[in-house]
Ligand binder design. Structure first.
Ligand code: TYD
Length: 147
């Protein structure tokens, strides 16, 4: 397990958002198609997360996401079927862009963490791969097309 800014092939990588700081505080903004490489179709957030919670445990066939810790911190582990990489999220202007077909898990939440996720598509349970063996088998069929 390595801690880096990116996985070797860039399939999960840190992105830095702009910040406008003045004595009144910091302001960060994000524009779909500009700071993130897709139009933002959905925003969701996790809160009231118990510190020993383990979330994720799935990949997506098509969905791309960017994951942020707006408050607090947590660990994000990603797995492309070959390489495992971990990111520690604790800066609200820094997110991890996760491509399709990447297994992800989140844990080690600090008390009061708020995790925000920007997503490229509306919620669709059919887009999830929740079984690791199915994920591994899907990677062995690289020509497979998902709508
Ligand atoms: P899930 O994506 O598995 O959460 P996490 O990856 O954070 O552990 O989603 C948990 C539940 O919430 C699951 O029943 C699907 C539902 N859900 C929605 O209804 N809409 C959404 O946008 C999301 C992300 C999840």
């Amino acid at each position: 397990m390595t801690t880096k800014r990116t996985t070797p092939d860039g399939s999960a990588r840190l992105i830095d958002l702009p910040v406008v700081s003045d004595p009144r505080g910091d302001l960060t903004f994000v524009e779909g198609g500009n700071h993130v490489p897709f139009d933002i179709a959905r925003v969701y957030y996790l809160y009231n997360v118990p510190v020993d919670s383990e979330r994720g445990g799935h990949a997506h066939k098509v969905l791309q996401q960017v994951v942020f810790a707006l408050s607090g911190s947590f660990r994000l582990k990603v797995d492309d079927g070959t390489e495992k990489t971990e990111f520690w999220l604790r800066n609200p202007r820094q997110g991890v862009l996760i491509d399709r077909l990447i297994w992800r898990e989140m844990d080690s939440f600090s008390q009061g963490t708020v995790c925000m996720v920007l997503a490229s598509h509306p919620y669709d349970e059919a887009d999830y791969i929740r079984d690791y063996n199915e994920f591994a088998n899907t990677l062995k069929r690289p020509g497979q097309k998902f709508e």
